[in-house]
Design a protein around this ligand. Structure first.
Ligand code: DUC
Ligand code: ZN
Ligand code: ZN
Length: 466
């Protein structure tokens, strides 16, 4: 046999082209693309379907400690299962450095959590929270050599944030070692001041999460992060941008010659701060940071996806159960918004939402969909062309898309560990009907046809985007 699998009669879509051809797979890789291919153990008929690179979700949180008594709703098994059903073949979760431990120790702990559990391939970004000890002196060069080529830092959250001098040191260390730094941009001091004011006024409902983290707090921190990167002359990723003003900071930094990548996420296209103002405590379901803004911000984020300000459209999947004392409605969270864990689920709905609202409504074309959902993630984070495209020699990571399939999103049909979806009742058209990881089918329609452990850990090269 020439091939293990042939995908026949489909329309291949990459970030640059759309064309009809058969795809031949052998030993987990794409080994032939031609008008007609024959001679395989398995023939998959993809008539009427798009043959796309599997989604790469480069911003997800799985099994991450999130505060006293709070438990994330997804571990590596459920999170990667949900990812697969959502059309993804690789996800990039965060590995959180606990204060007092080294980055290597953090990685060891996360590898232990993920080992043998995953349904799709994974690769970690390291969240740096503690610069004492050898962290910046010695660890990054060796970590980059071992394929850990990205770092995230927070400007907010008292227990996670780095001060400006620490961010500068991290950026400088990343520049010399070849790592890429992702920054969560919100001004912690301003947020703490506003939370304090809300508390003094007895304003404790979930909706005050949004007003305690205003656009100005995000815009200011975005400007500062970009300035710090400029000062040490290094590249930077501004994650989860929610509004026009922060987006314009990215545009201005690029115009000055800055090497900047930017993300926006489904919640900034589909939700607004009004969703946090729901009856009872339902607004807790939409608490994430930065918070969703308003309709004008949604329009701005679409513009950013269209005009290239945003290179990436990850989910920022950060799932907590709602009706659970280890989740959104923990004892303290029920009484005061500041204790509601920040984050919402979305790894399974990211691609259907972008396809339906983006391609289906004429806002972006098919090739931009592939760039935003897969190819740009692979390029930015050192996985391309092994991942993120349909090409000879690439891993056979493929999502077969039915562009006509309409689905009403409901928590019942999703596979994550959360007990809700923020997109309940949203009708989308376009759905991944089969997902293949390195040549092996993981999902086929509603069926799971692989066992966990199929997902590999991916060491990465330095970014090829800048
Ligand atoms: N930042 C993230 O990137 N994800 C969820 C929560 C947060 O603050
Ligand atoms: Zn963040
Ligand atoms: Zn995140």
């Amino acid at each position: 046999m020439s091939f293990d699998t042939i995908i026949r009669n489909g329309t291949v879509v990459t970030a640059s082209d759309t064309f009809r051809c058969d795809v031949g797979i052998r030993n987990g890789r794409i080994t032939a693309m031609a008008d007609t291919l024959d001679d395989a153990l398995e023939i998959i008929d993809a008539s009427g379907l798009y043959v796309m690179p599997g989604g790469i979700d480069s911003h997800v949180h799985l099994a991450q400690p999130s505060g006293d008594g709070i438990v994330m709703a997804d571990d590596f098994a459920s999170g990667t299962l949900s990812a697969a059903f959502g059309g993804n073949t690789t996800v990039m979760p965060f590995c959180l450095q606990e204060k007092g431990s080294t980055l290597r120790e953090a990685l060891k702990a996360y590898h232990a959590k993920a080992e043998g559990e995953c349904f799709v391939d994974i690769s970690f970004h390291i969240i740096v929270t503690d610069l004492t000890g050898r962290v910046l002196g010695q660890e990054p060069p060796a970590l980059v050599a071992d394929g850990y080529t990205s770092i995230k830092v927070f400007m907010t959250y008292e227990n996670l944030r780095l001060r400006d001098d620490e961010i500068l040191s991290t950026l400088d260390s990343a520049r010399t070692s070849g790592a890429l730094v992702m920054v969560h941009c919100e001004n912690e001091d301003a947020i703490r001041f506003l939370i304090g004011r809300h508390e003094a006024n007895g304003e404790l409902a979930p909706k005050y999460h949004a007003t305690s983290r205003p656009v100005a707090a995000e815009r200011e921190a975005t400007h500062r992060a970009l300035s710090l990167a400029e000062i040490v002359d290094t590249s930077i990723v501004i994650v989860h941008v929610s509004n026009r003003e922060a987006m314009e900071e990215i545009q201005r930094a690029r115009a000055r010659g800055g090497k900047v990548a930017g993300e926006t996420c489904p919640q900034y296209l589909m939700l607004t701060a009004n969703d946090l103002d729901a009856t009872e405590l339902e607004g807790a379901k939409f608490v994430c940071s930065p918070p969703p803004r308003d309709e004008k911000s949604q329009i701005a984020c679409w513009e950013g996806l269209q005009n290239g300000t945003f290179d990436l459209f990850p989910s920022d999947h950060c799932p907590f159960r709602y009706d659970d004392d280890q989740g959104k409605l923990n004892e303290k969270g029920k009484r005061n918004f500041r204790w509601i864990p920040n984050g919402i689920p979305g790894v399974e709905t990211r691609l259907p939402i972008l396809f339906s609202e983006g391609v289906g409504k004429g806002r972006i074309d098919l090739n931009r969909f592939v760039a935003l959902s897969s190819t740009n993630h692979a390029k930015l984070y050192g996985l391309y062309p092994r991942k993120g495209t349909i090409a000879i020699g690439s891993d056979a990571d493929i999502a077969l898309w039915d562009p006509m399939k309409s689905v009403v999103i409901s928590n019942d049909i999703l596979h994550h560990g959360a007990d809700y979806t923020p997109y309940e009742g949203l009708e989308v058209t376009g759905w991944p009907v089969r997902v293949i990881v390195r040549g092996k089918t993981v999902t086929d329609g509603d069926a799971l046809v692989a066992t966990k452990g199929l997902g590999n850990y991916l060491a990465r090269t330095r970014s090829t985007s800048f």
